[in-house]
Design a protein around this ligand. Structure first.
Ligand code: SF4
Length: 405
C-alpha cells in the first residue's frame, strides 16, 4: 500500500526493538521525506489500508511510527549529509515542492550539480503553501530543504521560470536536463453567478497566507476533500465560529482521519447540495438526488440561500501555464498537464516533468514515488549525452590586481 515501497514490517520490527535509528535507515532507503510523509500521507488509503490487523480491528499506526522515527533522528542525530563528488553536469529543477525536492536529492546524490528554481520566496511548494502549519510544521520542511543543501543542491527562490528565465535560457546556461515539478496552483472554478464577488476565495490561495483574510464568523466551504478540511480547520483557528462544508455527494471525499478532526473541531457537513449562485449574503444551493450508482440529479424547486460572510471554493486545482506558454513545442494534455511518457520524458528532449503537473492533484508521496523514477530516467538520459567540449579558457593565467593603484 505504500507508493514508495517503505519496507514496513522491517522498520516496525526495529521500532519494537527500540532500534529507532536502524528503523530510520530502513525507511529512508526508499523514502526521502519520512517526517513529511509520516504526517501528510492518507495512510488509511495507503499503508494502513493494507494492514491485516485492520481487517478485524485497528491497523498498526504505520504513519505515526514513521513520523516518530524521523523526528527521533532529527532530534538525536547531528550527522550532516556529505556532498558527493561532482560529475560536472548541471541540472535545473523547476519547482521546490515534493516532486522537485525528491528529484533534486536523488540527482545530487549521483553527483549532479542541481539548481532548484522556486517561484515563491520559500522552498517547499505545497508542503509550505498548501498544507497548514498544524498538519505539517514549516520547520520540518525547512530541515528537509537544508538536508538537500548539505548535499550541494542550490535553491534559488523568487524565480519564475517562463518569466524571469525561459527554459531555452536554462539550456543556454549549461543545464543538461530540466525537471519540471511545478504542481497545480490554478484553482478550479464553479462557473456560477457571483463567483467574482469579494467574499469568495479559493482554497489554494487562502492556504498560502490565511493571516491576511478576514472571513467573518460564518463561512461556507464548497467541497469536501482534504484541502477543504485544511481550509475549514484553518478558518476555525482564525476565528470563524460557524463553518459549513458542502458536498455534492452523500459522502466526504477527504480521508476519514482528516474528516474526523474537522468534525471534532466543529465543522458541520451538509450533503447532496449543488451551488447555483453566490450572493453577498451567502450561497444558493439546490438539492441533489443521489442514485445507487452515484448519479446526481437536481431537484427543481429546492433552492435555498445558506447565509455566510465568506465562501471558500475548494474543488481542486489545475496547472499554471507560465512554462507552456513560453516554451514552443512543449506538449500538454487538454487539461493543461504536461504530456509525458511513463518516465517523465516530455515532447522536448532533455525536459522531464513529474508530480501533480503531470498527474493532476495527487498525494505528496505519490509525487515522490513518481519523481524518483523520473530522476532515474534523467540520469540515464544524461549518460547518453556527448562529453562537454573543454572550456577554452580553463587554463588561462589568473591576473593580479595592483592594490596600490
Ligand atoms: Fe505509509 Fe506514507 Fe510511510 Fe508509505 S510513506 S509507509 S504510505 S506513511
Amino acid at each position: 500500500g505504500c507508493p514508495v515501497n517503505v519496507r514496513i514490517p522491517e522498520f516496525v520490527a526495529k521500532v519494537a526493538e527500540g532500534k529507532f535509528e536502524e528503523a530510520y535507515e530502513i525507511i529512508t532507503s526508499t523514502n526521502s521525506l519520512p517526517a513529511i510523509s509520516g504526517r501528510v500521507c492518507p495512510q488509511e488509503n495507503q499503508c494502513e489500508g493494507k494492514c491485516v490487523r485492520g481487517i478485524k480491528g485497528e491497523s498498526v499506526s504505520i504513519g505515526r511510527l514513521e513520523r516518530f522515527c524521523a523526528d527521533y533522528h532529527m532530534k538525536h542525530s547531528d550527522a550532516k549529509a556529505v556532498k558527493p563528488q561532482s560529475n560536472g553536469k548541471k541540472v535545473a529543477v523547476v519547482g521546490a515542492g515534493p516532486s522537485g525536492l525528491t528529484c533534486a536529492g536523488d540527482l545530487a546524490k549521483k553527483g549532479y550539480e542541481v539548481t532548484v528554481f522556486e517561484a515563491f520566496h520559500t522552498a517547499g511548494g505545497v508542503l509550505v503553501y498548501g498544507i497548514p502549519e498544524f498538519r505539517l510544521p514549516k520547520a520540518i520542511v525547512k530541515k528537509e530543504v537544508e538536508n538537500l543543501q548539505d548535499l550541494g543542491v542550490e535553491v534559488k527562490t523568487n524565480m519564475v521560470i517562463g518569466r524571469v528565465l525561459s527554459v531555452d535560457e536554462l539550456f543556454e546556461m549549461g543545464y543538461k536536463a530540466i525537471f519540471i515539478g511545478t504542481g497545480v496552483w490554478r484553482p478550479n472554478t464553479l462557473h456560477i453567478k457571483g463567483e467574482s464577488l469579494g467574499n469568495v476565495h479559493y482554497a489554494i490561495n487562502y492556504l498560502q497566507n490565511p493571516d491576511v483574510y478576514h472571513l467573518g464568523s460564518r463561512v461556507i466551504v464548497i467541497g469536501a476533500g482534504n484541502a477543504a478540511m485544511d481550509v475549514a480547520r484553518t478558518a476555525i483557528r482564525h476565528g470563524t465560529r460557524h463553518l459549513e462544508c458542502f458536498s455534492l455527494s452523500k459522502t466526504i471525499s477527504a480521508s476519514e482521519y482528516e474528516a474526523s478532526y474537522a468534525k471534532l473541531e466543529g465543522v458541520n457537513f451538509i450533503f447532496n447540495k449543488k451551488p447555483v449562485e453566490i450572493t453577498d449574503k451567502g450561497v444558493v444551493f439546490i438539492d441533489l438526488n443521489e442514485a445507487e450508482d452515484g448519479t446526481l440529479t437536481e431537484l427543481p424547486g429546492t433552492e435555498k440561500l445558506y447565509p455566510a460572510d465568506s465562501v471558500i471554493v475548494s474543488i481542486s486545482q489545475g496547472p499554471c501555464t507560465t512554462i507552456t506558454d513560453s516554451t514552443k513545442d512543449l506538449k500538454t494534455t487538454p487539461r493543461g498537464l504536461f504530456e509525458t511518457d511513463e518516465v517523465g520524458r516530455t515532447s522536448i528532449p532533455g525536459i522531464f516533468a513529474s508530480g501533480d503537473a503531470v498527474k493532476g492533484a495527487r498525494t505528496v508521496v505519490e509525487a515522490v514515488a513518481y519523481s524518483k523514477n523520473v530522476a532515474e530516467a534523467m540520469h540515464e538520459y544524461m549518460q547518453t549525452l556527448p562529453p562537454d567540449l573543454p572550456d577554452a579558457y580553463a587554463n588561462v593565467p589568473v591576473a593580479e590586481y595592483d592594490e596600490g593603484n
